[in-house]
Every structure is written in C-alpha cells, then in structure tokens.
Design a protein around this ligand. Structure first.
Ligand code: DPP
Ligand code: ZN
Length: 878
C-alpha cells in the first residue's frame, strides 16, 4: 500500500520558477508542450528530479535544449544527471493526452464539446509532468490553440495578452498569470461559450472585469451568480480589507464536474448547479447555495490562493477557513439577527447530520489528517465543516475584531507562501497576545490533531437556601481509529440561565479546558433552566437531562434562537428514541403526547416568530441524526417511527397548517431573500403536511390544491414543493404531476436532477423505491457518467433514503456494491463518495449488519479497485 504520512513531509528537491505551456487542443489527442525553468533547492539533499505524470504519452524531454536520459517509474518521470549547483536550467517536455476519454474528470477533459480542467488536488499531473504539489509555486504563461469555430472562447488564468488567427481555421490566445501559483490552481477552458459581463470599480479605484461564462441558452440564468460575485467582492473588502487583486475575474459553468466548484486563480470553474438560476428553474435553496459557493470560491482568492497549503494534510487551512468565511458572508447578507440564526441552524444541521457520523465512523480523521491513501477522500465534512467550526471558535476566543486583526497578520506573514494550520493559528494568537487563545494555543490546537466529537456532560444543582446554581461541565471524547486516548479540548461554552418565568438570569461564555469544571451562579431566586452551548459555540455533543418542562420553557423563552430551536429538536428526538426502543408498539400506534403537540402548535401559531424559523422547528430531526443517538440501528424502525410522528403532526395540527398555508402562500414578486424564502419554506411544509393528513383520511381536497399549485406556481420553489408534497404523501396525483414536470423541463438538466432525486429519495412504501430507482436508471435521460445525474439517482437512494436503502432482503446493498464498481471504472472520486454510504454498517441491526459487511467485502475483494474506493472499503472493514 502507498499510504502517505504527514510526518514524512520534505521540502521539494527542486523549485519550478516559471512554466510556459502550449496546448494544441484536440479532444482525441491534445499536445502539451511544457517549458519550465527549474533550479535545485539547495536546502534539500541532492536528489534526482521526480516529476509526477499520469496517463500521459511522453514524446520528448530536453534539458537546456539537449536530449537527456530519463526513466519512467510509478507515474513519475525521473531525471538524474541534472546541472549541479543552484543555477536555473531549462526543461522541455512534450506529451499528449486524450481529453475525450477522460471520464475521471480530473485533468483536462471534454464536456458538451468544450474543454475544461480540474487540477485540485492532483489533476495537473494528468496534463503534463510536473512537481504536482502545492508548495511548488510557479509563474504560468499559457498559449492555447484550437479550432476557432468549435472553440471560439479560449481561457486560462490571469490576463489575456495576445490572441489571433492561425492557419486551417484555428486560432490562439495567450494568457499570463501575474501571480505565482501551485499547479492545482491552473485552469483552462475552451469552448463555445457566452459571458455575462460586468465592469466594477473597487474601493481603491481600480477597474475590474467580471465574467460569467455559460452555454448560449443559459445566459438568462447568470444574473444571480454575478450579483453574488459582486456582493462577495464588496464583503471581503468591507469585513477583512481584502481586495480583488486581478484585472479580470472569470467564472465558467460546466455540467460535468466532480465537486461543487473550483477556485483556480482568476478562472473559477463551477458545477452548473452552483451558477445557473432563474425563478422558473431554481429553488430558494439553489439561490442560497449559489450565493455561498460563489462567495466560497471567491474568498479562496485570498485564503487558499494568495496563501496556500504546504501539503494536502493542511487542506483545512484553506477549506475550514474559507467555509467559515462563506458562512459569515451568508449570515451578514441575511441581515437581521433572526435570519442570521436561521443560517446558523442550517449550518449546524449539516455538521451534525453529516460530520458527526463521519467523526464516529471508520473514516474518522482529524481536521488536519495524519495519513491518507488517496487525498480525494479527504475533501470531507470534517476538513470543511468541522474545520470551519474550529476557525469560528478562534473568533469566539479573540472576538470579531481580534480575528480580523489575526487574519491581517496572517497575510502580512505568509502572503505568497505555502503554509500550515499551525502558521494560521499562530498568527491569530499572536495578533491577540492577551487572549484565551494565545494562552491556551497548544491545547486549542488539539482540535486540529484529535479526531472524534467531544461530549460535554452537564449537570446542575440548585440550592434554594444559598440561592446558588452550580453547573458542572465534564468533557470526554471516544476513541477513533488510531487514537485511543484523547486529551481535553478547549471548548467555548455559551451559557445562559433562564428563569421559570422566562426571564434571562445570567448569560456569558465559559471556556472549558479541564476534564471537569463547576461554575457557581449566585443570587438565583428559583431553580433556573440552563441554556448551554448557545449559538452552538463548539462542535460537541451536549448532554443534559432536561425535563420536558425545561425544554418547553427554553423553546418558548430562550433569548438564544439556536437553543430555542435545539430545545424543540430535543423534545422530538427524546420521543423518537422512546418509540424506537418501545419495539412492542407498531409505528401506526404511536401517540405523541399533548405537551409536545401543544409546544409545536404554539410555535406554528406564534405571532412574531419568522416563518423560516418555524419551518426549522417543525422539521423533525433527520433519520441519520436519530440513528447516531442509538447503539444499534434499525433504519426501517427509525423511518417508520419518524413517518408516524410526521403523520400525527400533520393530522393533529391540520387547522394550523391550513392557516400557515393561507397566511404565507402569496409571497409577492419572486425574490430569493431570507424572509420570502422562509415564507415559501413554511408554505411548502404546510402543503406537504396537509397532503399527508389527507392520505390518512382519503380526502382529495388538499392533493387537488397541491396539484393546482404545482401547475400554476410562478417559481420553482413553490412548484417543486407542491410536487414533492404529492410524491411524499403517495398521492395518486403524483404520477401525472411527475410526468408533466418532466415534459416541461426536459431540456433543463438541473431541473431533471431534481426530478430524479425526488423519486429516488421518496419515502419507501413496501419496498417500492428500489424498483423505481432501477427504472430511473433505464430512463433515456439517465447517464451515469454525469456526476450530477448519478448523484441525483444513485446517491439520493443509497445515501439519502435510509428507509428505502436498508432493505431486509439486502437488495439495496447489492445495488450499492454494483454501482460502486460500475462507477469506479468510470470515475473513482464519485465511486468513493458512494462507497461511504455504508460507513456506519457496524451499528446496523442484524441481519442488515452481516448483509452490509458482505456487500462491502464483495467490493473490497476486487483486485482492480482505485485507491479511492480501496481506502474507503478497507477502512470500513477494519
Ligand atoms: N473546489 C473545492 C472547494 O472550493 C476544493 N478546493 O472547496
Ligand atoms: Zn473550498
């Protein structure tokens, strides 16, 4: 095995100062001439030059213009006998590659007759031989040549310095990037594209050209992306004093893309899903995601590009920080405190439903991993979302201004360099020498080195005579693969005490550093309810034995909107767990208690709470989240219980759902802002509940209304919510609605993805989803080579539909193993993501557990697996 360890890092033996690339673009055979200026790194031991290269045909190697001997070993071109000393020498390499055959979508590939690149993490080596590692930063000059009619637009990083026509209907463009960069930030695009353009003048007075390139028919769907880009530029200047450093900033959309988007210097390449939006085709969630991903990639221009990672173990240096920045950006744009809180709750929900399970499973790894077989497997929710929480905690410990000061120092020290997570934390601490962070920096950095989600166990003791309340906080963290013992973390704990009448008796922030600490609050007249971990101040699991009455009090009165929501979630989880354990009671006989129903009704009817917040409170915790609270998981039982709870809420609150629907259903001219999005979200939820209630009673009024709304809706959010209400309630009107939806949107790939995903993710009724999924895979619009489409069907079923996937007959697992192998031959990165659908198999109830292990073992037994899939299944079986 070829495991790579963080501890083995060594500086490169050579530097590449400049590189001139000439491309003769041809889908079948593209010729790449690479002329580099290198020199030995005199700080490193003398060594041969080993350049990375994969699936390349090597035609020529010249050193200072002379032919030379070389070896090809394990995807490396090895050159010995290079000039001695520290002087610069020229290396010229001619290779060819086959973009049309590149189904991995790493390196140079063809999508819809255009050329695109994806180089992060190690795709550049599929374009030419290079020191393909982020600490080698070079100046790039790029000459592109291609057929002019087929590829009228030729783009690369930086500035366009020359262009013109060539013989035989070809043309060229020459690009120079004024910034040195690592190879993973290289990009080129060639194709028949059109651009929305915008000229802006930044604060400093400089002019910039912004462009969003798409296929000709999609230009009318680029306004939101452009607005998001302009908002991102303005925000980074205002909040962190970071300006746009380029004359030209380009975004290009492609429908074949492994990830969401890529921050190549000056030439961001995006999955169409995170660019294209119109009110007719995109939901509010799509609009919000576009804003945040455009922001994310733009913010990388500083956090990632100007200062990059020394090695891939430091990935969170740029990703955790940039996710933090995009989350703050979205919150700041959301405006009011209540809208900010909604965004915070949504972010935490992602963390807890996706990252917490990762941190408790076979792929658990620290935010800064210590080893990997395939780096693509470490673009994870741990590196991204938990990494963002670590940065957020730093901001909490040094304050908002202190954090901005720290970031400024980080750029003063490291601009133009490739650095480590330690360098980042040190800069934030050094800029705030009197802070708790500076004092506890070494201990704080355990967040980077220790995997696993810490638990904070809280208990309270009220002494009426002494009028004191003592709160004890004790932390622990379970072992994770390779880490048996964990040292205590630095955990900022937002705290409040809420009086019996709802009054706020105390509030503040306690930084927990010991295994156990006790706080005493004085002058407390009656037993308070503690509101702990306000704002989700640390990525931990908080345990406190709240009574129902206490949770209901917090849900009604807490001044912290996060904990207010959290109280509702705890009420629901406690009930779900009780029903799940009560195996003797059939799901249909489950009865939710009046206090719970009343609490939910009170939120739904509340005169002043935001619609978006109500929707979040009334949404029951996800099945995967409930599963994490159990030692033995029966996904069927969890699904049945949660569905039964949902149905009861639907039926018993029917008059309130009706009222919510009537009150919010007209949201005026479409705008995807948080307030009107929230209204649409609550309306959609109301409609879904009313259709669900109708299912039980056989009533046709609400399905009829949903169908009408589906037909008449003026925007995709309302239309899709109505369609989903029919599908998830199992209405007879679902089939005609789905048919009609397909007919309307048959030419809109992103909308068809939703259509596929809705069916593959539908609640399972008697095992009906798997046959439907197999049928969807035979649909003429299905194409497993397109990652978005593969995800919309296969992932929606295997990863997002536990009730349908974990079938007692194991047919879901068989389907999974076949698809993992099928995808692995096409695109290992996508296959490895799918492979993770069974991460938590060890918790499954028998016979599912054995069946899942068998399915994983069947995949693992294949000799020709990619590193990507092999790493995932090997860890799963370990
Ligand atoms: N493109 C991915 C991101 O922006 C990896 N850098 O997170
Ligand atoms: Zn990123």
């Amino acid at each position: 095995n070829n495991v790579i360890y963080r501890a083995d890092y060594q500086a490169p033996g050579y530097w590449i100062d400049s590189v001139e690339l000439s491309f003769d673009l041809d889908p079948a055979k593209t010729r790449v001439l690479n002329r580099m200026k290198l020199r030995r790194n005199l700080d490193a031991a003398p060594q041969p030059l080993r350049l990375d290269g994969e699936e390349l045909n090597l035609a020529r190697v010249l050193v200072n213009g002379q032919g030379t001997s070389f070896k090809l070993e394990d995807n490396q071109l090895v050159l010995e006998n290079l000039p001695e000393g520290g002087d610069s020498f020229d290396l010229e390499i001619l290779t060819t590659c086959q973009p049309a055959k590149n189904t991995k979508l790493m390196g140079l590939y063809v999508s819809n007759d255009s050329f695109f690149t994806q180089c992060e993490a190690e795709g550049f080596r599929r374009i030419t031989y290079f020191l393909d590692r982020p600490d080698v930063m070079a100046s790039f000059t790029v000459l592109l040549r291609a057929d002019k009619a087929k590829y009228p637009v030729l783009l690369s990083n930086g500035n366009l310095v020359d262009q013109g026509d060539l013989a035989d209907g070809r043309h060229f463009a020459k690009w120079v990037d004024p910034f040195r960069k690592p190879s993973y930030l290289f990009a080129l695009v060639a194709g028949n594209l059109v651009a929305r353009e915008q000229r802006i003048r930044a604060r400093g007075g400089k002019e910039h050209l912004l462009q969003v390139f798409v296929r000709a028919g999609d230009l009318d769907k680029t306004e939101h992306a452009m607005n998001s880009l302009m908002a991102s530029i303005a925000w980074d200047e205002a909040r962190f004093g970071l300006p746009l450093d380029l004359e030209r900033f380009m975004i290009v959309a492609t429908s074949d893309f492994n990830m969401g988007a890529m921050e190549n210097k000056g030439l961001n390449i995006f999955n169409t899903k995170y660019v294209l939006a119109s009110q007719a085709t995109a939901t509010d969630t799509d609009f919000a995601n576009i804003e945040s991903v455009v922001g994310h990639e733009y913010f990388h221009n500083w956090t990632g590009n100007r200062v990059t990672c020394r090695d891939w173990f430091q990935l969170s240096l740029k990703e955790g920080l940039t996710v933090f920045r995009d989350q703050e950006f979205s919150q700041d744009l959301a405006g009011e405190a209540s809208a900010r809180a909604v965004k915070r709750i949504e972010d935490v929900r992602v963390l807890r439903t996706a990252q917490f399970p990762e941190d408790a499973g076979p792929m658990a790894h620290p935010v800064r991993p210590d080893q990997y077989l395939e780096i693509n497997n470490f673009y994870t929710v741990t590196v991204y979302e938990k990494g963002a929480e670590v940065v957020r905690m730093m901001q909490t410990l040094v304050g908002r201004e202190g954090f901005a000061r720290g970031l400024k120092l980080y750029f003063e020290r490291h601009d133009g360099h490739a650095v480590t997570c330690d360098d980042f934390a040190q800069a934030i601490a050094d800029a705030n020498p009197d802070s708790t962070l500076a004092r506890l920096l070494d201990q704080f950095k355990r967040w980077y080195s220790q995997a696993g989600t810490p638990r904070v166990r809280a208990s309270g003791l009220y002494d009426a005579d002494a009028r004191t309340y003592r709160l004890t906080l004790a932390q622990s963290c379970a072992p994770t693969p390779g880490q048996d013992v964990k040292e205590p973390f630095v955990i900022p704990v937002g705290l409040g005490l809420v009086g019996a009448d709802g009054a706020e008796l105390a509030s503040g922030m306690h930084v927990l550093t010991q295994e156990s600490e006790t706080l005493t609050f004085e002058n407390i007249g009656s037993e308070p309810v503690p509101s702990i971990l306000r704002g989700f101040s640390a990525p931990v699991i908080l345990e406190f034995d709240y009574s129902d009455a206490q949770l209901i009090a917090l849900l009604a009165h807490d001044t912290d909107p996060f904990n207010r929501w959290e109280a509702g979630q705890r009420l629901a989880v406690n009930r779900a767990l009780g029903f799940i354990r009560d195996a003797g009671v059939a799901a249909r006989d489950i009865r939710l208690d009046p206090p719970f129903m009343n609490a939910m009704r009170a939120v739904l009817r509340h005169p002043t709470l935001d619609a978006a917040f109500k929707e979040l409170v009334l949404t029951l915790p996800a099945e995967t989240y409930i599963a994490e609270q159990l030692d033995v998981v029966d996904p069927q039982r969890i699904h049945a219980v949660r569905e039964a709870m949902r149905e009861q809420l639907a039926r018993e609150l029917a008059p309130d759902w009706e009222q919510a629907f009537e009150q919010h259903r007209e949201s005026g001219a479409y705008r995807p802002d948080p307030v009107s999005s929230g209204r649409r979200a609550l309306t959609g939820m109301a409609l879904s509940n009313l259709c669900l209630a109708a299912r039980a009673s056989g009533d046709q009024v609400w399905p009829g209304k949903a169908y009408q709304r589906f037909k008449d809706a003026g925007n995709m959010t309302d239309r899709f919510n109505a369609l989903a209400a029919l599908v998830t309630s199992g209405s007879e009107l679902a089939a005609p609605a789905l048919q009609r939806f397909h007919a309307i949107f048959k030419d809109e790939a992103l909308v068809l993805d939703k259509w596929f995903a809705l069916q593959a993710g539908a609640p399972d009724r008697g095992g009906n989803v798997l046959p439907a999924v197999k049928q969807l895979m035979n649909h003429p619009d299905f194409n497993i080579r397109n990652p978005n489409r593969a995800r919309s069907v296969i992932f929606s079923y295997c990863s997002a539909n536990p009730g349908g996937f974990h079938r007692p007959d194991a047919a879901g697992y068989v389907f999974w193993s076949e698809r993992v192998l099928e995808l692995d031959a096409i695109n290992p990165q996508v296959a490895a993501r799918l492979a993770r659908a069974l991460d938590r198999w060890k918790k499954l109830v028998e016979p599912l557990r054995s069946a899942a292990r068998e399915a994983i073992a069947r995949v693992a037994a294949r000799p020709d697996l990619s590193n990507d899939v092999r790493e995932v299944v090997t860890r799963a079986l370990a």
